[in-house]
Design a protein around this ligand. Sequence first.
Ligand code: ZN
Ligand code: ZN
Length: 184
Amino acid sequence: MADWPPSSEETLRERAREYARTVDIDVDSDALTWEVSTRAKRRAGACLYDPETRAVTVRLAWRATQSFDWPTFARVIRHELIHAWEYREFGEAGHGPRFRERVDRLDVSTTCPTFTDARLLLDCTAPDCDWTADRHRASPAVTEPADRRCGRCGSRHEVLHVASGERWRTAAGYRGARERIPEW
Ligand SMILES: [Zn+2]
Ligand SMILES: [Zn+2]
């Protein structure tokens, strides 16, 4: 695809907005605010909601444009558009049944897309929270994540084993992943 990675934040915002118009989901992409974060290091996209004004913002990570090709980045945009649609229609968003119904049709991941060079990542499950933390060893936050909470918003977090893409939220999930991952 020409013009990728984008040359400026403005180009990225325009590109994302234009692409969003072509995605088959019932949300007016021009009514959304599109933001580029130059600080976000892990979460490729986030969808923010202000319950008072009902404004929805899609925030895209500039750094992800350097590590993702366009098809991968386009999936990030589609993922966040599902959250945007949920916030507009229902005032809340997550990765539950309503989200998963749209996963196949829009070919997106069921978790907020991340990019990192860490081995393990703690990743908040709330769509509007971009809290993550690197982990290198199997500490209790990794092996027993159900007992821990996001360091910012208090939601559950999940653990991502970056190389394999395995994710878990419980001690049992950790044990299963550990068995499936050939090279820990
Ligand atoms: Zn998400
Ligand atoms: Zn959080």
